[in-house]
Design a binder for this molecule. Structure first.
Ligand SMILES: Cc1cc2nc3c(=O)[nH]c(=O)nc-3n(C[C@H](O)[C@H](O)[C@H](O)COP(=O)(O)OP(=O)(O)OC[C@H]3O[C@@H](n4cnc5c(N)ncnc54)[C@H](O)[C@@H]3O)c2cc1C
Length: 226
């Protein structure tokens, strides 16, 4: 059955450097990894072809959260930057499969670049407190100001001994390269075949780390990319 386009309002928008955290006044039941199709209108009031955005809401169910990276001259990026509290928008969703169906291990290493974190934020919150999982997160951004969820992940790490968090800023802290941090974490993993590896972010970074894993004898079926 064709899903209807629904309407809702912007609950709040938080801007930090090149990212928006858009809070939408439309709580919904969703599973980690699912997305909505967001529709905005043009100046004539016609709906513009939608863009998909992963639902990045964490534990709170009061509103729906999206985490959006600014794309130079991006149509939606630009329009979203102009949205204000109370503005109307349109959506279809939740859509897509849940990450939970693609994960076949209780041991997870997540590597997220920039707005790629939106793919995994809800999953991280869901399983960090489940002691049957062993979860490691490497979260890489260009600038300190890009880190929306840094404090949140450090707090989660404090509360959950099965969750280890590593962050890196590439443009302002040149002490380490993403690959070096990755190998520091990866080399300490025992029974590497028993892990799932989840990578999200710009295509170039995802491909690079996928290839690194394959070179290190990780089977393709153990690697999940978005
Ligand atoms: C399943 C799914 C989930 C997604 N979830 C998220 C999410 O949670 N957060 C998020 O920020 N984005 C997400 N995206 C990407 C999002 O749907 C849009 O493509 C993105 O916001 C750009 O849209 P735009 O209208 O601003 O740019 P457009 O007007 O569509 O593009 C403008 C120009 O920018 C180029 N461009 C488009 N995307 C990129 C890019 N990523 N990097 C560099 N250049 C680009 C285009 O080639 C074009 O030249 C997701 C995509 C998919 C398929």
């Amino acid at each position: 059955m064709e899903m209807l386009i629904k309407e809702a309002r912007v609950y709040d928008k938080i801007i930090k450097n090149k990212h928006y955290r858009l809070l939408l006044d439309t709580p919904m039941d969703f599973k980690p990894g699912q997305y909505i199709e967001l529709y905005l209108k043009d100046k004539f009031g016609h709906l513009i072809p939608p863009r998909p955005y992963t639902i990045s809401s964490a534990s709170t169910k009061d509103f729906l959260e999206l985490y959006i990276g600014v794309i130079n001259q991006g149509l939606y990026s630009t329009k979203i930057s102009k949205l204000k509290k109370g503005d109307m928008f349109y959506y279809k969703g939740p859509l897509g499969e849940t990450l939970l169906d693609r994960i076949h291990s209780k041991n997870l290493l997540i590597v997220a670049f920039g707005s790629g974190i939106s793919t995994y934020r809800s999953l991280i919150h869901l399983i960090a407190s489940d002691k049957s999982y062993n979860l490691k997160l490497i979260y890489i951004n260009s600038h300190y100001d890009d880190f929306f969820y840094n404090d949140e992940f450090y707090e989660l790490e404090k509360q959950n001994s099965n969750f280890a968090y590593y962050s890196l800023v590439t443009k302002e802290d040149s002490s380490k390269k993403p690959k070096e941090l990755f190998f520091e974490v990866f080399s300490k993993i025992e029974n590497k075949d028993d892990w799932n590896y989840l990578i999200s972010g710009p295509q170039k970074a995802v491909t690079e780390f996928y290839d690194i894993l394959i070179e290190h004898k990780i089977k393709g079926e153990k690697i999940i990319t978005d």
